[in-house]
Design a binder for this molecule. Sequence first.
Ligand code: NAP
Length: 483
Amino acid sequence: MSDTVVESVKKQLFIGGEWVDAAGGATFDVLDPATGQVLCAVADASPEDARAALDAAVAAQAGFAATSPRERADILTRAFELLHERADDLARLMTLEMGKPLAEARGEIIYAAEFFRHFAAEAVRIDGGYATAPAGNARFLVTKQPVGPCILITPWNFPMAMGTRKLGPAIAAGCASVIKPAHQTPLSMLALMEILAEAGLPAGVVNCVSAMRSGETMEPLIRSGLARKLSFTGSTKVGKILLEQCAEKVMRTSMELGGNAPFVVFEDADLDEAVAGAMAAKMRNMGEACTAANRIYVHSSVIDEFGSKLSAKMAELTVGPGLEPDTKVGPLIDDAAQAKVRELVDDAVGQGATVLTGGSAPQGEGFFFTPTVLTGVPQSARMAHEEIFGPVAPLTPFETEDEAVRLANDTEFGLVAYVFTNDLRRGIRVAEAIETGMVGLNQGVVSNPAAPFGGVKESGLGREGGSIGIDEFLEVKYVGIQM
Ligand code: NAP
C-alpha cells in the first residue's frame, strides 16, 4: 500500500544529522493495523548502527550543554510551531501506522507539541541555590547541569507524544540523545527528526534508530556506560530487564511502565458524569493506554444503571479503519493484541461475568475488537490483574468505601486511579488512600504536559511533564566555597 504521507517520510536511521542506511541495508516492514498489509519498510539498526548513533550524541553533548537556555527554548518553540503546521499530515501518518482514528491522532500531535511548548518555558527557568553553611564559614552554591547523553525508548501506543515527552525535557536541559521508537510505529518519530532539524537542532543532538530486534540492538548501548541516563516508556516486563542492564554502570533511569487503573464510582456520584469519565478513561486510544480504566468498581446500588448507560454509549461507537470519518474505534495494534483481548474476555465470562454489549472481534481483515462491557467480573479474573489494552470495560460491584480502596490497591501496579463521588471529603480521603502516582477525581483523563505524570509500585520511577519533568534530565551539583 502506498500513501503520499508515508512516501514523504525518510525511512533511514538519523545519525549525526544525516540520514543513513542500516548496516547491510537491513530493513523491516511496518504494517497498517487496519488491514494487516505492509505500509513500508524502514531501516533496521544493528548494534553497531546504534553505537554510531550514541557516539554522535556523545560528540554533540558538550557543545549542546554549552548552548544558552534561550537558544534551546527557541528550537523547541519552532518545533512546536512546525508540529502544529503539519498536524494534518502527521495525524494521517500516525493513523496509518498505529490505527487510532484520525481525530485522535490529530489530538495526539497537538498534545505532543505541547510538551515542546511546556519545556521551552522550563528551559529558561532551571534554578539553583545559594546558602550560608550553618557554621557561617562557607557558602553552598547549588547548580543544575545536564545529566549527559541519554537513551530514550518509546512504545507504539502514543508514537509521537511519548517521544516529545522525553525529547522536550532532554533538549531543554541540554542533553543529547538516541531515541528508539517501537518497531510497530517508527514513522512518526522519523518525521519528527526532520522537524527538529528544521527547527535548528544541531546535528547529533538527537539521533533516531528504528530496530526490529530491540534487545539485541539496545543492550550493548545501555551497558556501554557512554550514556548517563535511560528514559523508558513501555511494559513493566521490559522495564525490569532494562533496570538490570542500567545497574551495571549505575545509570539514572526514568521508567514509565504498565498500569492497571481502578475506576471507582460511589453511590453519590453524578452517574452521567461518571459514564462520560469512564468512556474517556476506557476508550481513549481504543483502550490501548497505560492510563486506561482497567477495572471499574461500582457501588452495588448503582451498578445496574451505570452498566446500562455505559453499554448504550459503547454500543453507539463506530468501529472501523482510523482514516474513515465516522470511525470512533480503530483496530488494535496487531493480531497478538486482538488475541489477548479475546482471551481475557473469554476468561472473565468463563468465571461468571455477563456480557452487556460486544464481547467479540468482528469478522474480516484488520485487528478490530467490538467495544465491550462486562458486569459481575470477579476479582479472580485475569483482567483484574493484567492490562487489557483493548476496548473492554469490566464492571465489579462493591459495598463499602474500605472495600473499594482495598480492591483498587489489589495490584502490583500504581499508575493512575479514577474516583467519582460528589462528596469532596470522601474524594480526598480515597485519593489519598489509593496507591497510585495520579488520581483523576471526577475526571477521566489526567494526562497534561504541565502536570507530573508517573506511577508508583511496578508502574515506574520518576515523573514526566510538569515543572519537575526537566529534573529527570538534570544533575544537581553542589559547590562548597570556603570563606
Ligand atoms: P514494550 O513491549 O515494553 O516496548 C516498549 C519499547 O521497548 C519498544 O520500543 C520496544 O521495542 C522496546 N523494547 C522491547 N524489548 C526491549 C529490550 N529487551 N531492550 C530494549 N528495548 C526493548 O511495550 P509496548 O507494548 O510497546 O507498550 C505498551 C506498554 O507500555 C504497556 O504496558 C503500557 O502500559 C506501557 N505504557 C506506559 C506509559 C506510561 O507513561 N507509564 C505510557 C504508554 C505506554 P520493539 O517493540 O521495537 O521491540
